[in-house]
Design a protein around this ligand. Structure first.
Ligand code: FES
Length: 151
């Protein structure tokens, strides 16, 4: 093989190698960075006040919240996510407490831990009334269990 031919084949091989490494790195970077984020919105409308009955709370499964409506106190929204490992708690009107089906945590009607292993109370979220008369919940705005919206 002549020297000139050897150098040109070597340059072509090096260029092909660099190209393959570049494409591979691009694919790795593309794989590591998601193109869509599926985190649901933290602030959302849940309906008008008339949609929620008085008495036991209404469970909204998609949002994992309980909406309480009390004639004297107003609206309150509690998280249905257990603070232990994130299971969805159930509310039992018979004893007015939340029970976690996964590991047995029990929360009072105010969300306080009454029986572990949950380390802390259920969260409560701000609920407001929009201009078009809808209730809006904002999970980025935690509030005290005593917070109520009169509507
Ligand atoms: S996830 Fe609720 S007690 Fe473990």
């Amino acid at each position: 093989m002549k020297r000139r031919s050897f150098i040109s084949w070597g340059a072509a091989g090096l260029a092909a190698l660099c190209s393959a490494v570049g494409v591979s790195l691009g694919a790795v970077v593309r794989f590591m960075v998601p193109s869509v984020f599926y985190e649901p919105p933290q602030s959302f409308k849940i309906g008008s006040p008339a949609d929620f009955p008085f008495g036991p709370p209404t469970f909204l499964a998609d949002e994992k919240i309980f909406v309480f409506r009390d004639g004297e106190k107003g609206f309150a929204v509690a998280s249905a996510v257990c603070t232990h490992l994130g299971c969805t708690v159930n509310y039992f009107p018979s004893d007015r407490r939340f029970h976690c089906p996964c590991h047995g945590s029990v929360f009072s009607s105010e969300g306080e831990v009454q029986h572990g292993p949950a380390p802390k109370a259920l969260q409560w979220f701000e609920v407001t009334l929009t201009r078009d008369g809808q209730l809006r919940v904002d999970k980025d705005r935690p509030v005290a269990a005593t917070y109520r919206l009169m509507a």
